[in-house]
Design a binder for this molecule. Structure first.
Ligand code: KG4
Ligand code: ZN
Length: 342
């Protein structure tokens, strides 16, 4: 086809992602992760991530080009995550994108990381019905967005006021002696457990929170409650039922996330809910969201797990939409902005 070929670069956290998209078609999705280098710290170390991006950048671009069976000369536009994310990590991607844009004399599109998490779904399910509610849950963010127009009108309805959902999974995994990142091992352990075994708190769901924090999340109290529960067991010399704790914790997270997402759909009269971010890989979140969406008459869209976690394809996907919508490119002095709003 003659639709423009867009190369997308993502470096907001610990994944160096380079994606190549033509129209709605995904041609390459190369990701180099530094997650192993952070494992012994139990969380992403910004300096380590920046250095890893620097080393992985060019090889990952070349891997993506080879996977897509194209050359740099075929690229029509460069898209890059301008924020939000880790400042030093973002800088590496933005600098690389500018260099490619200048060298190739092609337009540069700085994009918002959260909007890109939404846009990636178009590569799997086609154009997004608008308006849509998007719930993005990862190690770095937990947000509810009202998407009126993916290329220009996205409103933040709420976000976490403390820990991100994925961060809670990572911290609880640590308490339970499970490896980092904690989402996958908790998901697995929970399959053998009883989700109703322990009543853990549902943050910001009480009637008093409704006015000010209706669409916000809080996971820090839940994390502390799990840690206290486990410590009490250990102090009493009792065994810790890891599967029951994992299942009960996971149920609390999935319950709050899906309840607030559906509430947002109803409040704004929206019939499409999209879930993205690394935590969208969670099996209980997916099944509970499917159940509750069906009851509420809401269409659920969840990209496949590889597209839910940070990658370059999502950036290329949004870049492709911006080009198609005729949005003006970014200036070549585009800044990296660690707290870029949607
Ligand atoms: O989107 P992502 O790859 O990176 C960012 O944080 O931006 O998300 C990683 C997060 C980690 O906190 C990880 O524990 C969580 O996603 N995660 C999961 C699952 N798979 C990954 N959380 C719950 N259940 C899972 N199956
Ligand atoms: Zn992300």
């Amino acid at each position: 086809t003659d639709e423009p070929l867009v190369l997308g670069i993502e470096t907001s956290c610990d994944e160096t992602g380079v994606g190549i998209v033509r129209g709605y078609e995904l041609l390459a999705d190369a990701v180099a992760s530094s997650v192993d280098q952070h494992a012994r710290f139990g969380g992403v170390v910004p300096e380590v991530a920046s250095r890893a991006h620097l080393e992985a950048m060019v090889p990952t671009v070349h891997r993506a080009l080879a996977d897509a069976n194209v050359t740099l000369a075929d690229v029509d536009a460069i898209a890059v995550t301008a924020g939000p994310g880790l400042a030093g990590a973002l800088l590496v991607g933005v600098a690389a994108a500018k260099a490619y844009a200048v060298a190739l004399d092609k337009p540069l599109y700085g994009v918002n990381h959260l909007a890109a998490h939404v846009a990636v779904d178009t590569l799997e399910h086609g154009p997004l019905p608008e308006p849509a509610i998007a719930m993005l849950v990862s190690g770095g963010h937990s947000s509810l967005l009202l998407v009126d127009d993916l290329t220009g009108d996205v409103e933040a309805l709420g976000a976490t006021i403390d820990d991100a959902a994925g961060e809670a999974f990572d911290k609880v995994a640590r308490v339970l002696g499970l490896p980092f990142p904690g989402g996958p091992p908790i998901d697995k352990a929970a399959r053998e457990g009883d989700a109703g075994a322990i009543a853990f708190p549902r943050g910001l769901t009480g009637p008093r929170d409704y006015a000010e924090h209706r669409f916000d999340f809080s996971f820090s109290g839940l994390k502390t409650a799990v840690a206290r529960w486990v410590e009490t067991r250990q102090r009493n010399g009792e065994p810790v039922p890891v599967a029951d704790v994992a299942a009960s914790f996971q149920e609390a997270v999935a319950d709050v996330l899906t309840a607030k997402a559906i509430d947002a759909c109803k409040r704004h009269g929206v019939e499409t809910l999209l879930i993205g971010g690394g935590v969208a890989a969670n099996s209980r979140l997916r099944s509970l969201a499917a159940d509750r969406c069906e009851k509420a008459g809401v269409q659920l869209r969840v990209p496949r797990p590889k597209l839910c976690t940070d990658n370059g394809a999502m950036v290329a996907a949004l870049g492709s939409r911006l080009v198609a919508a005729g949005v003006a490119p970014s200036p070549l002095d585009l800044p990296a902005d660690s707290s870029l709003p949607v």
